[in-house]
Design a protein around this ligand. Structure first.
Ligand code: ARG
Length: 253
């Protein structure tokens, strides 16, 4: 074997050990889920410290249909998307992750499993004081790093004169809204609805939604696990388990 062929075969071996395929997962007996559990009701730490939520139950169903156990790894959203998936540190990621064409170039998505949107969160009692698209010039708007909220703010709010403040930690952005340090924070609609219910009288949603989007489960590019997840999602929609999870976790307006 010449040096080039040796290098090539080494690379192939390395990439196949990292490739998360259905066969690999079945061989390991575990499906490793990466998630950023700061996103109630999709993933969050319960009072007993366990990571739970709508996405977690979907991942559990995928693992069950594959006949393996689910192992959960908490990863900050900045590192989760897409590095923890592309590096093979996790087999899949579910974390309220929006399907975008840019992301779909580097990872594979399942079919969409939840319709969502980016919306504005303001301090309670303030909705009248903030309106999109009329009213962003000179205002400071918070976004979470590496999220579609950040991308949308860069595309449509910055050109209109808004000042964008980036938070690694969503909770820090909420604290700044509460303290009146920023005019609004961009967040995912179902998490804002949940927040308003859990912390009554603190936050409101204001203005029109910034952008509508769909969530998908994320896999290493080309992995056949994406099709396995689609099969589970279709099964859950058909047998009512999906609806049961919606009723269990998502606050209905
Ligand atoms: N839907 C947004 C995105 O994909 C935000 C997701 C944040 N998820 C989380 N678990 N913190 O960029």
């Amino acid at each position: 074997m010449n040096r080039f062929a040796l290098l090539l075969s080494t690379l192939l071996i390395v990439s196949s050990t990292l490739a998360a395929s259905v066969a690999d997962v079945k061989k390991k007996g575990v499906l490793v889920l990466g998630t950023d559990p700061t996103f109630q009701p999709f993933e969050f730490k319960g009072s007993d410290g366990s990571i739970q939520g709508f996405d977690i139950d979907i991942a559990k169903a995928v693992a069950k249909d594959l006949g393996v156990k689910l192992q959960i790894q908490a990863v900050g959203f900045g590192a989760l998307m897409p590095q923890s998936v592309t590096s093979g540190r996790v087999d899949l990621a579910l974390s309220g992750i929006t399907i975008t064409p840019e992301r779909a170039r580097v990872v594979s998505f399942s079919s969409p499993y939840y319709r969502s949107a980016q919306v504005f969160i303001v301090k309670a009692g303030n909705p009248g004081k903030f309106a999109w698209p009329a009213d962003v010039r000179g205002k400071t708007i918070g976004v979470q790093a590496n999220t579609t909220g950040q991308f949308a703010a860069g595309d449509s709010l910055k050109p209109k004169g808004a000042v964008i403040k980036v938070y690694d930690d969503f909770a820090a952005g909420l604290a700044d809204v509460r303290a009146g340090r920023i005019a609004a924070l961009i967040g995912d609609a179902p998490t804002v609805t949940d927040l308003k219910k859990r912390l009554p009288g603190q936050f409101d949603q204001a203005g029109k939604e910034l952008v509508a989007e769909d969530y998908g489960a994320v896999f290493k590019k080309g992995s056949d696990l994406a099709a396995a997840a689609d099969k589970t999602l279709a099964r859950m929609k058909k047998d009512g388990e999906y609806q049961k999870l919606l009723d269990k976790w998502i606050v209905q307006k």
